[in-house]
Design a protein around this ligand. Structure first.
Ligand code: GLV
Length: 320
């Protein structure tokens, strides 16, 4: 009997083929829709390995009905969708895909920052909908990025890659993180500051922290209230780090200037999310790591990790 792998999203044959040679690979056959919970649970009950995406909740209920499960490999660097405590308790290995997505996600972060600061989506939309009536002296005017001050909350690999890009725009870079990054401070002049100091001082607040109990709701009404009225908030980490109701109020009342969001508390974003009614919000459908090369590299890491665990080797990128 071959060991069984369940893949929760349709993936390209080229990345699945090496697994198919050795294992019984079953797959949810949709690329764009999440596997329904009842099917996920049914498949997990028989699976030795799960290859998941961040929309799948791998929680206690799932672990408890999956007695054969040996590994969960998540197609993401984040793993807040997986209950690591229960995984540990049950001796299930969890792996993720760090490193290969760093530069790609930093590119997207900077692109979203520029798009939000310079109102690119709003301007493009006006052309497409026939609303560009004439060139206007103050039409579509936004905020300068070059020479401004950037504040990064969560200075991991992606944070540092964003900060390096900012130096090319002559930006001053402040950061807040659980630990100091002395090498980056010395080499690039990035400045460590307390969170409140960062919030008060910068023109762009970029959120890149992992989603944990400590960072859930980290940016709420108090924090938004400390920012400059001209501040732009960029969230490319997880929606739950920002209190969306407080963000909506701050944007509507002009307490901050704009926000660029690649992530939301609920994804896909419900059409009635009030943030979608505001012109000063730029929204993207969680595409930080979405380059062809990077997504393939992420998938190859998952495939290798699953193969390693099922064949008795220690996998790379083990979270627990
Ligand atoms: C995407 O959000 C990831 O965690 O890779």
């Amino acid at each position: 009997m071959k060991l069984r792998i369940f893949v929760t999203r349709k993936l390209d044959d080229s990345v699945i083929a090496p697994l198919r040679e050795k294992f019984d690979v079953r797959m949810w056959e949709s690329e764009s829709e999440s596997v329904p919970r009842d099917i996920l649970l049914k498949e997990a009950a028989e699976a030795d390995a799960l290859w998941t995406v961040l929309a799948d909740s791998v929680d206690r209920e799932l672990f408890e009905i999956a007695p054969k499960l040996k590994v969960v490999s998540n197609l993401a660097v984040g793993y807040n969708n997986i209950d690591l405590e229960v995984a540990k308790e049950r001796g299930v290995i969890v792996t993720n895909t760090p490193g290969v997505l760093t530069e790609t996600t930093a590119d997207l972060t900077f692109g979203l920052l520029l798009a939000t600061a310079r109102r690119l989506m709003e301007a493009e939309n006006d052309i497409r909908t026939g609303n560009w009536t004439s060139w206007s002296p103050m039409g579509y005017t936004g905020m300068d990025v070059g020479g401004a001050t950037l504040g990064i909350i969560g200075m991991g690999r992606i944070g540092e890659a964003v900060a390096r890009r900012a130096k090319g725009f002559d930006m001053r870079v402040l950061y807040h993180n659980r630990s100091r990054k002395m090498d980056a401070e010395v080499e690039h002049g990035f400045e460590y500051v307390e969170l409140d100091t960062l919030l008060k001082s910068v023109d762009y607040v970029v959120i890149l922290a992992p989603y944990t109990p400590e960072t859930a709701g980290l940016i709420g009404a108090r924090e938004l209230g400390m920012m400059k009225k001209t501040a732009v908030v960029i969230n490319v980490a997880r929606g739950g780090i920002v209190d969306e109701t407080a963000l909506y109020e701050a944007l509507k009342n002009g307490d901050i200037w704009a926000a660029g969001l690649d992530v939301f508390a609920t994804e896909p974003v419900p059409q009635d999310n009030p943030l979608l009614t505001l012109p000063n919000v730029t929204v993207l459908p969680h595409i930080g790591s979405a380059s062809i090369k990077t997504r393939i590299e992420m998938m190859n890491l998952n495939a290798q990790a699953i193969m390693d665990v099922l064949e008795g080797r220690e996998p790379a990128n083990r979270v627990v």
